[in-house]
Design a protein around this ligand. Sequence first.
Ligand code: ADP
Ligand code: MG
Length: 258
Amino acid sequence: MSYFDVNNITVAFGGVRALNDVSFSVNQNEIFTIIGPNGAGKSTLFNVISRIYQPNNGNVVFDGKDVLNLKAHQISQIGIARTFQNIELFEQASVLQNLLVARQTHRRSNPVSEILFSQFVKKEEYRHRLEVEKVIDFLDLQAYRQKFISGLPYGVRKVVELGRALSIEPKLLLLDEPASGLSVEETQDVAFWIEDIKKVMGITVLMVEHDMHLVTSVSDRVMALADGKKLAMGSPEEVKNHPAVIEAYLGVSEENEK
Ligand code: ADP
Ligand code: MG
């Protein structure tokens, strides 16, 4: 058993098999990336892991825990956080507030203890604040901490979305297209952060990404999906040059151009 195991996952939407018997394992402190043309099943896979979709078959085990037995809100409690391709933040709240809200799942206190042990609660609040400030420093968000999300440029929102996931102090971080819509320079920043998330924070990363330059520069291993099936797995170079992968991309090359 590895740190994170996805075993024989099948998801069918009516007649469409979005995922067809997909299995892979991620080692602790690895950056594992999933690539594949549009419609390959990448987001569906993330939605299975984060308990939004119930698969027809298969199981998911993280750190010895059966993930499919949990509810969506319990995922962060076992140390899994994700970012969304379409950014999901509270628009009418500040960066700081968004990151603090993300930590709600980490609250150990309950309403009764809040009244009985206010000293303890103060300590907890202080710890939340400290943790969030660490993330703000790490991602260079100081200039934006009191700014509302609604007024921020896309590139900054994308970073806040990453910060929201990091605030949870995850052990496994799922990144759904962290570089989509970003400039070359912004993508470079994302590459540095992903490397530090692994090296400095010791977090294991499972990423879906189209930008092959980013994929090649940060990934330890890559898996290619197409039509819900695993095509290839190995080092970034091995997968990029795999004939089945080249063919899958050629078939839809126009659709995938950015
Ligand atoms: P990717 O993220 O790799 O682009 P998706 O996982 O979004 O691909 O989609 C895989 C396939 O499953 C596609 O054919 C898509 O149309 C289908 N699909 C995804 N989600 C749903 C859904 N909620 N209902 C019906 N079909 C879906
Ligand atoms: Mg997708």
